[in-house]
Write a protein that binds this ligand. Structure first.
Ligand SMILES: C[S@@+](CC[C@H](N)C(=O)[O-])C[C@H]1O[C@@H](n2cnc3c(N)ncnc32)[C@H](O)[C@@H]1O
Length: 204
């Protein structure tokens, strides 16, 4: 799993300062139409086929949340960075979506339950992912699902969560865990990548 130095590096990232330029990366802002279409297509296969309550944790500027809302889902987004949340609110203005400032590890959603917990590129930065996954499991309705998009970034000094480790952590919490490897789908990233990128879709 993620080691302590990965998490220390993540904690050092000033996400508020990153917010203004975050969407400049093709896979963050989903600006290029082909990148946007590729993520929309992936989401369509990962998310429920009917309008669902979706919890997007560490939602950033709301790029994936917007795609999900466009597909008819009701989105609650949580991010610890007020600047990220401000951008997400602006991006989804007028949509069936709410955004909260809070900790993804313990989202401030009270007793609410969701059909899907969607998390992209956040779990690697959270302390004690096993505990966090158990907490998220408690936020899902029966038959709900996790959609976790993670990876190990960089080849010189890799940072992240290998698919095998995350699959093993999810296995006790879900009836079915499906791994989809994404490294070879360059269109998702706006470039060729040579590190590990993947999604796990797990039904509880
Ligand atoms: C790499 S970005 C990913 C953003 C978004 N999920 C996406 O895929 O575009 C990581 C995000 O996680 C947020 N984040 C980091 N640690 C967090 C925590 N403990 N609770 C909530 N959000 C957190 C950051 O503010 C940032 O917006």
């Amino acid at each position: 799993m993620t080691n302590e130095s990965d998490r220390t590096a993540a904690v050092r990232i000033d996400w508020d300062a990153q917010a203004a330029t975050f969407d400049a990366e093709p896979d963050h802002g989903l600006g290029p139409p082909e990148v946007r279409a590729a993520w929309a297509e992936r989401l369509r296969t990962w998310l429920p086929g009917h309008p669902a309550d979706l919890l997007d944790l560490g939602c950033g500027t709301g790029s994936l949340a917007l795609l999900a809302a466009e597909q008819g889902h009701r989105v609650t987004g949580v991010d610890s960075s007020p600047a990220m949340v401000e951008r997400a609110r602006a991006k989804l203005a007028g949509r069936d979506a709410v955004f909260l400032v809070g900790d993804a590890a313990a989202p401030p959603v009270g007793e609410r339950l969701f059909d899907t917990v969607l998390v992209r590129h956040v779990l690697w930065a959270l302390p004690d992912p096993a505990r966090v996954l158990r907490h998220w499991r408690g936020l899902l309705r029966p038959g709900g699902r996790f959609v976790l998009v993670e990876g190990v970034w960089g080849t010189q000094t890799p940072v992240g969560v290998p698919a095998g480790r995350l699959t093993a952590l999810l296995a006790p919490l879900a009836a079915d865990v499906r791994l989809e490897r994404l490294s070879e789908q360059a269109v998702l990233w706006g470039k060729e990548v040579h590190d590990e990128r993947y999604a796990l879709v797990a039904t509880v």
